[in-house]
Unconditional design. Structure first.
Length: 528
């Protein structure tokens, strides 16, 4: 039966079979089992010793009106087993997801990095297996020993949940959310590693930074599900009371977690098949940005209404706008490198694309150049970034104009446009740097863009008006005149025009130099 099961596994996913066969050795299983069981024993004994002492004060005892522990005839405290099990369940619910999240990311990135360094990853790609099977085999197989250790903790976690009175449906949703969160960060860190290199410790650190809020939300949902008296059901999304029912909130979280995993999985599979491709296509970016903006807008519409927001207070209103713009800035900082092709891809695009004649009768939209800039993967990403910024600005401008009652609508629209212009300028600068011949152009682009974002903050005290030329214009908008705002817009558009001309010139030069090198190589071939 075991041989039949292994044969079926090998037929379904040979890569997973190889990963399991290489790691599930008897020695490894004995070590993992021993460590898991001893750790559980130490945790349980630590909790047990806290209730076995003859003490008048304890966190897990039934207390009288003087907050002293009640004791029985033998002198031992009367244990509040519900609190005891709940404390154990809470600690395990925090520790196990963190171990799973960080450990799985580290082991996966480290394993794929070793394959890449040895050159065996390219050999695996040449196998008849599909890219989906190879990635599934790596994701499930590389951290299999960690998965085995976590599974050994499940009986204790389940027993503590039953002892604490946690509903099994809530516990199941907790497992699904943790699994979805771990899968998302494992996939996105693997995708990130294919782009910038395999650095396991760096990926684990980034996972800790960005994964902690996700696990905090999951544990908050779990906590509120077991403490109905502290549950706040006021959370809304487009006035839909998703917070009024815990089951609806969990379904909302699971749906969005599933959508995020689907998008990342598609991008990872695409990047694995085409190593020189961008992380996402331009078409995917438009849908992704629209989904992201509508998702955030739903919480603003549902929760920041006229009863909660003091529109007469400048900083109260622009505090919300600043929060919104910072979130979008972070999102576009990741979107720019995900859409921007590097030098070789741009050279190929310039060399082989069809150039429209000036006197052509095609409409502007039907010209091949416009179509390429909007949809083609190897074309410069500036136009695609601009369209994504238009999507973002239109969505939020419509909300500001039609759904809010505040005296700062014009200033808010100006902030949205100024911020979008600066992000587009950063995208153009990053694309020009990626045209350079330097092998470290990706790192250089990241350093330059980060410096351009952060440096204006250093000039706040000396010249606050300079913040109109930064992605933080709301700091200077309160006392800015219409002339200053117009000059800022004019300066940004002039800089964008200059960068566009310079980029077009560099693209043509890169295409011409590549074509000359290609033709010279052909002429140098020996004739027979």
């Amino acid at each position: 039966m075991n041989l039949l099961w292994l044969d079926r596994l090998g037929d379904w996913n040979p890569q997973l079979f190889r990963e399991l066969k290489g790691r599930l050795k008897l020695r490894n299983l004995v070590v993992v089992t021993t460590v898991a069981l001893l750790t559980q024993l130490l945790v349980v004994m630590n909790f047990y010793f806290q209730i076995s002492e003859k003490s008048r004060y304890s966190n897990y005892c039934v207390k009288n009106q003087q907050s002293e522990c009640l004791v029985n005839a033998a002198g031992y405290i009367v244990v509040d087993w519900h609190s005891w099990w709940m404390e154990l369940f809470t600690i395990l619910s925090w520790i196990l997801p963190f171990i799973l999240l960080l450990g799985a990311v580290y082991m996966l990135i480290s394993d794929v990095g070793k394959e890449q360094h040895r050159g065996t990853l390219n050999f695996i790609k040449l196998s008849p297996e599909s890219s989906e099977n190879i990635l599934i085999g790596k994701i499930l197989g590389a951290p299999i020993l960690l998965y085995a250790g976590i599974l050994l903790f499940i009986p204790l976690h389940l027993a503590s949940a039953i002892g604490a009175g946690v509903p099994l449906g809530l516990l199941l949703s907790f497992y699904l959310l943790v699994w979805g969160c771990s899968l998302f960060f494992g996939n996105i860190m693997l995708l990130y590693s294919f782009q910038v290199g395999f650095h396991a410790w760096l990926c684990s650190f980034l996972t800790l930074i960005f994964g902690s809020p996700c696990l905090q939300i999951i544990n908050f949902v779990m906590y509120t599900g077991t403490k109905e008296d502290v549950y706040n059901g006021n959370l809304q999304w487009f006035y839909l009371p998703i917070g009024s029912n815990l089951l609806v909130l969990e379904a909302f979280l699971l749906l969005n977690c599933g959508l995020c995993n689907y998008v990342v999985w598609r991008s990872l599979n695409r990047r694995f098949r085409q190593p020189n491709a961008t992380l996402i296509s331009k078409k995917q970016s438009y849908w992704l940005v629209a989904y992201f903006e509508v998702l955030i807008l739903g919480f603003f519409v549902g929760n920041y209404n006229s009863e909660l927001v003091n529109y007469d207070s400048y900083w109260h209103w622009f505090g919300l706008i600043a929060f919104l713009e910072i979130i979008n800035l972070l999102a576009f900082v990741f979107l720019i490198p995900a859409l921007s092709p590097h030098r070789q891809e741009l050279q190929d695009w310039v060399r082989y694309r069809r150039w429209d004649g000036v006197s052509g009768r095609k409409s502007f939209w039907n010209r091949s150049l416009v179509q390429d800039l909007v949809w083609a993967e190897k074309s410069p990403a500036v136009v695609a970034i601009a369209l994504n910024l238009v999507i973002k600005t239109v969505i939020w401008a419509a909300w500001v104009i039609f759904a809010t009652q505040n005296p700062y609508k014009i200033q808010t629209i100006a902030v949205l446009i100024l911020s979008a212009n600066l992000i587009l300028i950063y995208a153009a600068i990053a694309q020009m740097i990626l045209l350079m011949k330097s092998p470290k152009r990706g790192i250089l682009a990241a350093i330059v863009v980060s410096g351009l974002i952060l440096l204006p903050l250093l000039a706040v005290q000396e010249s606050p008006g300079l913040l109109l030329f930064s992605v933080f214009p709301w700091f200077a908008m309160e006392h800015a005149s219409a002339t200053a705002i117009f000059m800022s817009l004019l300066g940004q558009w002039s800089l964008l025009g200059l960068l566009s001309v310079q980029m077009t010139k560099k693209l043509r030069q890169a295409g011409e130099s590549a074509s000359k090198a290609l033709f010279s190589e052909r002429r140098s071939l020996p004739t027979q």
